[in-house]
Write a protein that binds this ligand. Structure first.
Ligand code: KG4
Ligand code: ZN
Length: 334
C-alpha cells in the first residue's frame, strides 16, 4: 500500500511517499526556519503564508522523486492536529482537495503519533507494545503505545515542553532560534558540572515533567552574573543545562519503565536528536537490560514520511475521514 503523507503543523512544509508504512520512497521538506529566525520564534501568520506557497511544489516533488503517479497511490495521510491552526489548515485543505479530485481515501494523523512512527521507518522490526518518550518543541510525554493506534499518556509536562525549554534557555544565552540544536552542539565542549541547577520534580505526579523552573534558574544565573560583572562560560552553561534537562527526561522515562515492566523503550520528536539524551539512554538501557529504539537523525524533526507511516496504520485501523475533516490546534494523542 502506497501512501502520500502531508505535514504542515509548524514551520516545515513536507510531503513524502511511503510504502506499507515502512519504506520511504521519497521525502521532501521545505523549511521556513531562516525566515522565522529574525523574530526569535515561529510567526504563525508567516508560517501559514509560506505553507500555502510551498505546498503544491513540495507535493509534486515528493511524487516525482517516488516514481509514483497519483493513480498509483492508495491513500493520502495528513497531519490535522495539534499545531498552529492556520498552518495545519493549509495541509488539511490541500489533502481534502486532492482526495476529492482523485477519489483517494483520507487518513488524518495526529502529529505526535507521527513522531512515534518515525521509528517504524528507522527500525523495520519495531512493533508495539512499547514505552515512548515523545519530546518536541510543543510537547513532552511519556506514552504507553499499546498498539499502532491505541496509546495512553503516563506522564506529561506541566509547563514548558523539553524543546521549548532548550530554545528558551538558548535564547537567553544569545543563541539564535531554534536554539536547542545549537545548544546541544555547544554543550559538547562544556563542563556539565560547572553550574548547579535545580532538579525539578512534580511531587504528586512523579512521571510528569516541569521545566520552567530550570529555565528561570538560567535566566537568574545570567542576570546575577551580569550585575556582578562576572563572566559566564556559555559552553559550560549549555552543558550543565543540557545535563539537567536530560536528567529529568531519563529519570522519569526509566521510572515509567519500572512501573509498567516495559523493556522496549523508544524515543521520538525533535529533542530525540539530542546527543546527550541518546548517549545517556543508550547507556542506561544497556545497564538495565532494556532495548532502546531511536529515530535516525533525519527523521527526528518534522517530516511527512512519519505522517505517511502512521497514516498507513490509521488507515488499516479504519480511521479515515471525509470532507468534514477539520484541523485542531490542540488534541490529545489518545
Ligand atoms: O518535533 P519538532 O521538530 O517540532 C515540533 O513538533 O515541535 O521539535 C522541534 C524542537 C525544537 O524545540 C528544537 O530546538 C528541538 O526540537 N531540538 C533539539 C535538538 N534538535 C531539535 N533540542 C535539543 N537538542 C537537539 N539536538
Ligand atoms: Zn514535531
Amino acid at each position: 500500500m502506497v501512501i502520500l503523507g502531508i505535514e504542515s503543523s509548524c514551520d516545515e512544509t513536507a510531503a513524502a511517499v511511503v510504502e506499507d508504512g515502512r519504506r520511504v520512497l521519497s521525502s521532501v521538506i521545505a523549511s521556513q526556519v531562516e525566515e522565522h529566525k529574525i523574530y526569535g520564534g515561529v510567526v504563525p501568520e508567516i508560517a501559514s503564508r509560506r505553507h500555502s506557497e510551498a505546498i503544491v511544489g513540495v507535493v509534486e516533488e515528493a511524487l516525482r522523486k517516488s516514481g509514483k503517479s497519483l493513480s498509483q497511490l492508495d491513500a493520502v495521510a495528513v497531519t490535522y492536529a495539534p499545531g498552529l491552526i492556520g498552518a495545519l489548515l493549509v495541509g488539511v485543505n490541500f489533502a481534502k482537495g486532492l482526495s476529492l479530485s482523485s477519489g483517494l481515501p483520507l487518513a488524518p494523523v495526529h502529529h505526535l503519533r507521527g513522531h512515534i512512527a518515525a521509528n517504524y521507518l528507522t527500525s523495520p522490526e519495531l512493533e508495539p507494545p512499547f514505552l515512548c518518550l515523545v519530546a518536541s518543541g510543543g510537547h513532552s510525554h511519556i506514552i504507553q503505545v499499546k498498539s499502532y493506534t491505541q496509546l495512553s499518556v503516563l506522564g506529561r509536562t506541566r509547563d514548558d515542553a523539553a524543546g521549548e525549554a532548550f530554545d528558551k534557555a538558548a535564547r537567553a544565552m544569545g543563541i539564535p532560534y531554534p536554539g536547542g540544536v545549537e545548544l546541544d552542539r555547544i554543550a559538547e565542549s562544556g563542563r556539565e558540572d560547572a553550574y548547579r541547577l535545580p532538579h525539578p520534580k512534580v511531587e504528586e505526579a512523579p512521571l510528569d515533567f516541569s521545566f520552567s523552573g530550570l529555565k528561570t534558574a538560567v535566566l537568574n544565573l545570567l542576570h546575577n552574573a551580569k550585575q556582578r560583572g562576572e563572566e559566564v562560560s556559555i559552553p559550560d552553561l549549555c552543558a550543565s543545562y543540557r545535563k539537567a534537562v536530560v536528567r529529568c527526561l531519563t529519570e522519569n522515562f526509566l521510572k515509567a519503565a519500572e512501573e509498567t515492566g516495559e523493556n522496549k523503550l523508544v524515543i521520538a520528536g525533535g529533542v530525540s536528536a539530542n546527543r546527550l539524551l541518546r548517549r545517556e539512554l543508550q547507556a542506561l538501557c544497556e545497564k538495565t537490560g532494556r532495548t532502546l529504539w531511536m529515530p535516525e537523525l533525519s527523521l527526528c524533526g518534522d517530516n511527512a514520511a512519519m505522517i505517511a507511516s502512521q497514516g498507513y496504520y490509521e488507515f488499516l485501523a479504519g480511521n479515515t475521514a471525509d470532507m468534514s475533516l477539520n484541523a485542531c490546534a490542540q488534541m490529545s494523542i489518545e
